[in-house]
Design a binder for this molecule. Structure first.
Ligand SMILES: O=C(O)CCC(=O)C(=O)O
Ligand SMILES: [Fe+2]
Length: 197
């Protein structure tokens, strides 16, 4: 076991809900894949408008899918999928027992970048979607919270970890990657999704 896997496991003090499967260190050559994808993905800076105020989304993103994806009022035109990502997607499909046709990539440049609490519950994803999430680069805290009970789970995701969210993970839970004061380097997250067109 690598030290990364040990760190990942230690961060989890309670069993995760059964709709979430955590596979620490799943991407064996995660450093090489991070270095390649950070260069070849067509990273975008997008703005979000909340209550009439337009602010930059606190991370870089890229939507690689079959059609336009609108979330939080942001219209994402699909970008081409690099070959390195297609190869990863094929392996992830086998592990998840699901097929995916799209990937939303996020790049958290430092501790100021984040994603606030949300569920991936857009209608195009279906009612109980399976979403496979790969984290590369530095570890960041991923928080999963049950909507009604408020019960929380925290995982330090990075370095090739795979998280498979399925079943009621989007309908009953929300998730976030909060900002941190800790000095951290870049973290990339790839969420593979099946998107109805
Ligand atoms: O960075 C992460 O681990 C989560 C990303 C996420 O929740 C999303 O893109 O919907
Ligand atoms: Fe999400």
């Amino acid at each position: 076991m690598t030290s990364g896997q040990q760190r990942g496991r230690a961060a989890l003090d309670r069993a995760l809900p059964s709709c979430v499967r955590y596979l620490p260190g799943w991407v064996a050559d995660h450093r090489r894949i991070f270095a390649e994808l950070v260069e070849v993905i067509d990273w975008e800076r997008n703005d979000i408008t909340i209550a009439g105020r337009t602010i930059p989304i606190p991370r870089l993103t890229c939507w690689m899918g079959t059609s336009q994806y609108v979330y939080s009022g942001v219209r994402n035109e699909p970008r081409p999928t690099p070959a390195a990502l297609t190869a990863l997607q094929q392996q992830v499909q086998v592990e998840a027992g699901a097929t995916f046709n799209s990937c939303l990539a996020n790049l958290y440049r430092d501790g100021h970048d984040s994603i606030s609490y949300h569920s991936d519950d857009e209608p195009e994803l279906g009612r109980r979607p399976t979403i496979a999430s790969i984290s590369l680069g530095d570890r960041r805290r991923f928080v999963l919270r049950h909507q009604d009970s408020g019960e929380r789970w925290e995982l330090e995701l990075g370095a090739g970890d795979l998280l498979i969210m399925s079943g009621e993970s989007q309908s009953d839970y929300r998730h976030a990657v909060p900002k941190t004061m800790r000095p951290v380097g870049q973290r990339m997250n790839l969420t593979f999704r099946q998107f109805a067109t």
